[in-house]
Design a protein around this ligand. Structure first.
Ligand code: AMP
Ligand code: TRP
Length: 334
């Protein structure tokens, strides 16, 4: 059976998007528009698994939409919408809650990392969040899912859920098994303060990340303050990898400059990190600041952003309803 490539991915509207979202996800989203049908979703139902102040949430949904467009997504080519506008996501999530197993969810490391020792107080939504993610993807029978490395385990769960559904309801090829598309070189951008933690919106210190909306001055300051190493840049990758913060800086440099990491190490070995930091800040300013400025500009035109979401939701709704009809039939619902 030939299955047409269909791309789906989602980003949570939980505040400032950062360099990790940009290099791990958005850049890839934009590239994929050239070769495939793509659906990109602002996953607001995922965001409310932890409490969101309603006014802020509304603003963050619009800002994430603006970030999609500012990064280069084209609403004429791709379907762009917010998850809660298509009720099929919640409906299929319920059906998949009944397919997915508690044992599978208990293995999800992101849930464990997020709740720490306070599991009893976490929302039920946060626990079953990966089932909703599976519903997002399977609702459209998406075949490819561009994400950062942190989402790999959730994607594997989506595949397990698809497989079990196909087996339970005796329809072997019904849901395609979604393939993760994880960037090869920089799948995980790390915090500028601690190279063992991923760059994240929820990290307390703003110095740990480069936000898409940061000014040139903020970027310069953050890169200057970023942890590196007191020894000069080594001449081989395995020594560099032992210094996670330094490795992260060069990895970002390599990605933004399109210079292969080995070649970069060759060119830079023996130099102090301070010398590299100036060039890295310049690269970030030239590639990130234009995106940030475009986000600010788009945020001034709420009507335009709402129109993109409405048009996108209408297109997504048609596809979702067509698939849901078949899903309900398979399950035996009337
Ligand atoms: P989120 O903001 O958690 O909804 O993530 C949106 C997308 O950005 C997902 O595909 C994540 O895997 C990706 N992402 C988030 N943080 C990072 C990071 N530090 N490095 C690489 N990708 C990331
Ligand atoms: N869980 C993803 C994250 O936090 C966001 C997400 C929700 C997603 N649904 C998705 C990503 C479907 C890819 C496909 O980054």
């Amino acid at each position: 059976m030939i299955i047409k490539k269909l791309v789906f991915s989602g980003v949570q509207p939980s505040g400032n998007l950062h360099l990790g979202n940009y290099l791990g996800a958005l850049k890839n989203f934009v590239e994929l528009q050239k070769s495939a049908d793509c659906i990109y979703c602002v996953v607001d139902l995922h965001a409310i698994t932890t409490f969101q102040e309603p006014k802020k949430l509304r603003n963050n949904i619009l800002e994430t939409t603006a970030s999609f467009i500012a990064a280069g997504l084209d609403p004429k080519k791709s379907i762009i919408f917010n998850q809660s506008a298509v009720s099929g996501h919640a409906e299929l999530a319920w059906i998949l809650n009944c397919v997915s197993r508690i044992g599978w969810l208990n293995r999800m490391t992101q849930f464990k990392d997020k709740v720490g020792s306070d599991k009893e107080k976490a929302s039920v939504g946060l626990y079953i969040y990966p089932n909703l993610m599976a519903a997002d993807i399977l609702l459209y029978k998406a075949t490819h899912v561009p994400v950062g490395a942190d989402q790999k385990q959730h994607l594997e769960l989506s595949r397990d859920i698809a497989l079990k559904f196909n087996k339970d309801f005796n329809c072997p090829d019904f849901f395609p098994l979604p393939e993760p598309l994880i960037p090869k070189n920089i799948s995980r951008v790390m915090s500028l303060r601690d190279g063992t933690k991923k760059m994240s919106k929820s990290e307390e210190s703003d110095y740990s990340r480069i936000n898409l909306k940061d000014s040139a001055d903020e970027i310069k300051k953050k890169i200057k303050k970023a942890k590196s190493d007191s020894a000069p840049i080594p001449d081989n990758l395995s020594s560099l990898e032992k210094k996670p913060e330094a490795f992260n800086l060069l990895n970002i440099f390599s990605e933004l400059s399109s210079i292969n990491l080995d070649k970069l190490i060759n060119e830079m070995s023996g130099k102090e990190y301070s010398a590299v930091k100036n060039d890295l800040a310049d690269l970030l300013i030239s590639q990130i600041c234009p995106v940030g400025k475009e986000i600010e500009k788009l945020m001034g035109d709420e009507t335009y952003l709402l129109k993109i979401l409405k048009n996108g939701a209408e297109k997504a709704q048609l596809k979702a309803e067509e698939n849901l009809k078949k899903i309900r039939e398979k399950v035996g619902l009337i």
